[in-house]
Design a protein around this ligand. Structure first.
Ligand code: NCD
Length: 306
């Protein structure tokens, strides 16, 4: 695997390998604490981030490696008008692997075409976010014990939410996945995402709902998402749609006792704080799994072993 731009860049076998390695790291982290010594990760974040950037950096540090980079385009030469291609050609002189987040769809592809070192897409606009997907898959496999035979509800901004696009792509390759898409009409999953998935698995079906209450009782996983304010064309539409879904205790009462609630975070209003105390709320555990998934990914992409 040279670059990771999209979940489809890795086979199901490779995903299983990364998740198995993450499990081993969780069991015995000390064994891996020096495997990346003398290696450097560059984190180039042209867009805000808490979990993705810090978990990448913590992951590299826990592997004994070093981290360089910037958080915010204003702190880089992008503010002077430098292109992504030139930034990458420069950073590869200083780092062995690069994780990049950028507001433009396709920017990770541009980076990869100009890079001699592996590029990891840490989010490109409203397009894809494959390392969040590895995080989600590790969380689901750890908490539910399987990645097949699941009914997964994706709720909120399914149009601009890149984590949703990547998760659908990845999960569609497992057996017997029932996708329940819960969104306002304006924020449905884009057609290209669904059509692309059908090319690899024509059996995939999607059920569309507008009300979470109608269907929550059937879900094994509820994946909540934030309405992506920064991708809207006007503020009025955002304000009208931002509180379309608020998961609260009465709604949780209708759900299965072993349903898990995931959210890539950050949360705004879509999950009431009261839900955090429910044992089914798993979004902060998910953030922790993100570090282990990224440790396993970095090791795999750099070809290092314990
Ligand atoms: C997500 C993202 O950046 O796409 N956050 C994350 O990486 N955990 C989700 C979001 O910003 O809503």
């Amino acid at each position: 695997m040279k670059h990771l731009l999209d979940p489809m860049d890795i086979s199901v076998e490779e995903i299983d390998g990364i998740l198995d390695l993450a499990d081993k790291i969780i069991e015995d982290p000390l064994k891996y604490s020096e495997v990346c010594s003398k290696k450097k990760l560059a984190t180039l974040f042209f867009e805000p981030s808490t979990r993705t950037r810090l978990s990448f950096e913590a992951a590299m540090m826990e592997l004994g490696g070093n981290v360089i980079g910037f958080a915010g385009a204003d702190n880089s030469s992008a503010a002077k008008g430098e292109s992504v291609a030139d930034t990458i050609r420069t950073v590869e002189c200083y780092a062995d692997i690069i994780a990049m987040r950028h507001p433009k769809e396709g920017s990770a592809l541009v980076a990869s075409l100009n890079a001699a070192v592996p590029i990891i897409n840490a989010g490109d606009g409203g397009h894809q976010h494959p390392t969040q997907t590895l995080t989600d898959l590790l969380t689901i496999r750890s908490l539910k014990g399987r990645l097949d035979n699941l009914t997964i509800g994706l709720c909120g901004d399914l149009k601009f939410g890149r984590t949703v696009h990547s998760l659908i792509r990845a999960m569609s390759r497992y057996q017997n996945i029932r996708f329940i898409l819960i969104s306002p009409k304006e924020l449905k999953v884009p057609r290209y995402v669904k059509e692309d998935v059908l090319k690899t698995n024509e059996k995939v079906t999607y059920e569309q709902y507008e009300r979470l209450e109608e269907i929550i009782s059937e879900l094994d996983i509820l994946y909540m998402t934030r309405v992506q304010r920064e991708r809207f064309f006007n503020e009025e539409d955002y304000v009208r749609l931002r509180d379309s879904y608020i998961l609260d205790a009465p709604k949780m009462e209708r759900a299965k006792s072993d349903m898990i609630v995931l959210h890539p975070l950050p949360r705004v209003n879509e999950i009431a704080v009261e839900v955090d105390n429910d044992p089914r709320a798993s979004y902060f555990k998910q953030a922790l799994y993100g570090k282990y998934a990224r440790m396993a990914l970095i090791m795999t992409m750099l070809g290092v072993n314990a």
